[in-house]
Design a protein. Structure first.
Length: 227
């Protein structure tokens, strides 16, 4: 078997296994499986690693940096107009217009200056990517995201400038049981009438799906461990 065929087979196998686990988790929670969008986190991955997943049917991908996404996705998207591209890394306000032009969803909105920059970019470009406010759910100083107490203020500001916020995003603390943090994020979303929940990664996406995730962000489990 050639290396290319082997890579495609491996990608299809991993993708199928994760989709089956997501379906099972959603069904156990009484949710429709199609309510959970699987985002393949392709940051630092090259085209040769990404194409086998596209060939296997994966259409949602996540990147951490605007510049990296600009370098590889126009060509990858070429004949695949149905690909959805998500920005899941921290965004500088001066990159807001580039992000709005490229991404279909932005998951890391966490401060007033970024809200203002994105609203200006949306007005200029006419593109309206889905927006998520990132919450620092574990109150960790080293992580991005707004404080829980600042969430009402940020959501009000986003509404005032017409930012299309559809949900919340969070990354629970490493090495702690994630379920309580997922449940807290889901509760915050309910309180603010937001349907979207971007939560869950390679190690805990099944738990996230059972607790209401509408997007799970999976990298290693789909692409394999980096060399």
């Amino acid at each position: 078997m050639s290396q290319t065929i082997a890579a495609m087979t491996d990608a299809a196998t991993r993708l199928s296994a994760i989709r089956e686990k997501l379906i099972r988790a959603a069904q156990l929670a009484g949710r429709a499986p199609e309510a959970v969008e699987l985002i393949a986190i392709s940051k630092t991955r090259v085209a040769e690693e990404i194409m086998p997943l596209i060939t296997a049917g994966q259409r949602s991908f996540g990147e951490n940096r605007v510049q990296e996404a600009q370098a590889k996705w126009p060509a990858l998207r070429g004949s695949m107009p149905d690909i959805r591209l998500h920005l899941v890394g921290q965004l500088q306000s001066n990159k807001a217009e580039e992000a709005v032009a490229l991404f279909d969803a932005i998951h890391t909105i966490d401060r007033p200056s970024l809200i203002a920059a994105l609203a200006k970019a949306i007005a200029k470009t006419g593109r309206r990517p889905d927006c998520y406010v990132q919450v620092n759910i574990g109150e960790e100083p080293q992580k991005g995201g707004c404080a829980i107490g600042d969430l009402p203020m940020l959501l009000a500001m986003a509404a005032d400038v017409g930012l299309p916020v559809i949900g919340l995003m969070a990354v629970p603390p490493v090495d702690l049981e994630p379920a309580p943090y997922f449940a807290l994020l889901a509760d915050l979303a309910r309180r603010h009438d937001l349907a979207g929940l971007s939560m869950g990664m390679s190690g805990d996406y099944e738990t996230a799906a059972m607790l209401g995730a509408t997007c799970v962000r999976v990298g290693t489990a789909l692409f394999g461990v980096r060399d």
